[in-house]
Design a protein around this ligand. Structure first.
Ligand code: SRM
Ligand code: SF4
Length: 612
């Protein structure tokens, strides 16, 4: 696990509280000039240090040019300039204290804090669906947690009831706690920090959870153990170099979110092709040294879905190289990335502005300026012999003799408090307390003694009538779903519960002979990565004949994407095969059955039964 640095709400005594605000010249606009009586540039003031924490502000790390552009940039840029978010966790403590003392209600919390700035503490107000309640997003580098974490998550959410108080495993191998009230947040933050985890800087314009291989250290086909590298990148972005507390303001005012994935094997479990920075394990062709080819710019959004592009860079697979490369790209992105249109602010746009070769040169120059002895070489040739991506669910031998990994389905990544505790108990009994999370929103228990596997499979918590399963069907077991309308205000449809229900129905109707990855996403942001799925279901408008009135009426619907691929042969399916499909069983299920039969070789269950 990453190095622990507990948060202290009391600012450490330091020597750098010398300057709390500064001003820069802002390019004059017609409006500014009119306000100032015409002529001359105006000035913009921003805080450089938060006196309460002694932490520098995110803005203070930006280049003057970036600050100038932010000051005339999109509304989020202006909010970030006006009131920096990197010390917003202190406001959480202050609000919580006042709420607990009955001095205010949550409705009186400043709206920009409630709905935007507290995201810097990982707290996302679910205003539209559960007003006053927050989702708290953690950072779980490489998706490694333990039984104590699971029990703590259960304790955090349980009081909010079975409906609202749940724990989700996310598509970034991460954890989100739900139902949280601000008044309880300090205890959760302290509890996380005591357990070497944090929620800080996990949302808004920050680096997101660093994804690695869920089989790190236990895989006989492993090329790189990604755990130390994910922890190192996580520490880079979430550990303040001066105060040594969680949350690093240096990377706290990026133009947009920033995703890093480090793969450990040819399976590419981390999905390098859909991350801003993807590290693809590749040995050096001449020296044989293990390293990474670097791919850049992959992302999904409403306006654009882009697969990563090769950057013609190769780095050694060690901590110093990985951190230096990430730092260099972050520095360039932070200071030069777009601050205007948020739909054009992801890394890909900057790479395209430079051109790949020029961007590479800029990264090389930046890394050289650190003078750490890190070199960037040209990309190395990838392997040519065929490779079949391996499954994560079920029981598989590890590289350690006598040990197995056991992958367990968590349908749509959703866990109740009870299920969290069941997983913790299983982990204590069979995997020395360790639990791995996957981007498919499932879990793996590593290091299970071979002779204990049979007992594990007989455990009630994973019996076939329960949600958690070791050997689910090929459809049910490969479900991924974004949050959807139960909690997400952007959702056009409910996802997780429908995803689970539809998968069960499909399992009853057809038989397939291989895993079929059905992903659900509630809106075009594609948090559920539908373009990478075998079959992707994206919320969208639909119309259906109302039998009573005889008129067409708007109903919840979807677009269906088919043919996305993951692994070495990754491919994104950019155009939907079908649009405007109503979500009801009469419409969606037949469409899916047809697709499964025509494109994935599915056979009717009845037909199968009659043949056998
Ligand atoms: Fe996402 C915004 C949930 C992975 C692309 N995403 C959101 C918000 C924060 C919107 C909101 O404020 O409600 C969602 C919070 C809902 C909630 O209550 O949970 C949300 N995204 C999620 C999660 C929880 C889906 C899940 O059920 O697993 C994932 C959390 C990952 C994590 O642990 O940090 C999640 N989101 C993704 C991914 C997948 C990935 O990273 O591999 C993507 C596509 C990849 C990418 O980012 O390039 C993704 N989410 C977006 C976007 C579009 C980004 C863009 O550049 O426009 C948004 C909208 C935005 O950021 O403005 C968004
Ligand atoms: Fe919300 Fe849309 Fe992301 Fe689903 S895809 S979690 S609906 S933003």
């Amino acid at each position: 696990l990453a190095t622990g640095h507990a948060f202290s709400p009391v600012p450490p005594v330091s020597s750098y509280n010398h300057r709390s605000t500064t001003t820069i010249r802002r390019p004059s606009t017609a409006k500014d000039e009119a306000a100032e009586g015409g002529g001359g540039a105006s000035m913009v003031a921003y805080a450089t240090v938060d006196a309460r924490t002694g932490k520098t502000t995110g803005t203070s790390h930006l280049s003057p040019d970036a600050i100038e552009r932010a000051s005339v940039g999109n509304p989020i840029e202006k909010i970030k300039l006006a009131k920096d978010g990197t010390s917003a966790f202190v406001d959480v403590y202050e609000y919580a204290a006042r709420l607990r003392r009955g001095e205010m209600t949550w409705e009186e919390v400043e709206s920009s804090d409630m709905n935007s700035r507290l995201k810097y503490a990982g707290m996302l107000h679910r205003e539209k669906r559960t007003p006053g309640r927050f989702m708290m997003r953690l950072r779980v580098p490489n998706g490694v947690v333990c039984s104590d974490h699971m029990r703590f998550y259960a304790d955090c959410v349980e009081k909010y009831g079975e409906g609202d108080g749940v724990v989700d495993i996310t598509t970034r191998q991460n954890v989100q706690l739900r139902g949280i009230g601000i008044e309880d947040a300090p205890d959760i933050i302290d509890g996380l920090h005591a357990r070497n985890q944090t929620s800080f800087q996990s949302a808004l314009d920050n680096v997101r959870n660093v994804v690695g291989s869920p089989l790190a250290g236990i895989d006989d086909m492993e090329m790189v153990d990604t755990r130390e590298l994910c922890n190192a990148v996580n520490d880079l972005v979430s550990l303040d170099p001066i105060t040594r507390t969680r949350g690093n303001p240096t990377w706290g005012n990026l133009p947009r979110k920033f995703n890093v994935a480090i793969s450990g094997s040819r399976d590419d479990y981390a999905h390098t092709h859909i991350n801003d920075v993807g590290l693809v394990p590749t040995p050096h062709a001449v020296t044989g040294e293990m390293g990474f080819n670097v791919v850049l710019g992959g992302y999904m959004s409403i306006k654009r879905v882009a697969e990563s592009v090769p950057s013609n860079m190769w780095i050694s697979a060690n901590r110093e190289s990985v951190v230096s490369l990430t730092e260099a790209i972050l520095r360039i992105f932070r200071d030069e990335g777009g601050r205007g249109d948020r739909q054009k602010a992801r890394l890909m746009w900057l790479v395209e502005r430079y051109g790949v070769e020029e961007f590479k040169n800029a990264v090389v120059r930046e890394v050289e300026s650190y003078d750490r002895g890190v070199t960037i070489q040209d990309a190395q040739p990838g392997p040519i012999e065929p490779f079949v991506r391996r499954e994560l669910l079920g029981v598989h031998k590890q590289k350690q003799v006598g040990k197995s990994r056991v992958g367990i389905l968590v349908p749509a990544g959703r866990l109740s408090a009870t299920e969290c505790r069941q997983i913790a108990d299983l982990a204590d009994e069979y995997s020395a307390g360790e639990i791995r999370l996957t981007v498919e929103q499932n879990i793996i228990l590593p290091n299970v003694d071979d002779d204990k596997v049979a007992a594990l499979l007989k455990e009630d918590a994973v019996s076939m009538d329960k949600r958690l399963k070791v050997n689910p069907g090929f459809i049910e077991g490969n479900l991924v779903s974004c949050t959807g309308a139960q909690f997400c205000g952007l959702a056009l449809i409910e996802t997780k519960s429908q995803a689970e229900a539809v998968a069960k129905k499909l399992e009853k109707l057809v038989t397939v002979d291989r895993p079929i990855r059905i992903h659900w996403t509630g809106c075009p942001n594609s948090c559920g990565q539908v373009q990478a799925a075998d079959i992707g279901i994206m919320g969208g408008p639909a119309r259906k004949l109302d039998k009573e009135t005889g008129k067409m009426m708007a109903v919840p619907g979807c677009k269906i994407f088919v043919g996305g691929r993951i692994g070495e042969d990754a491919h994104l399916s950019l155009e939907p095969l079908k649009s405007g499909i109503p979500l009801d069983d009469d419409s969606l299920i037949p469409e899916l059955v047809t697709i499964l039969k025509n494109q994935f070789g599915a056979v009717d269950k009845k037909l199968c039964a009659s043949v056998t």
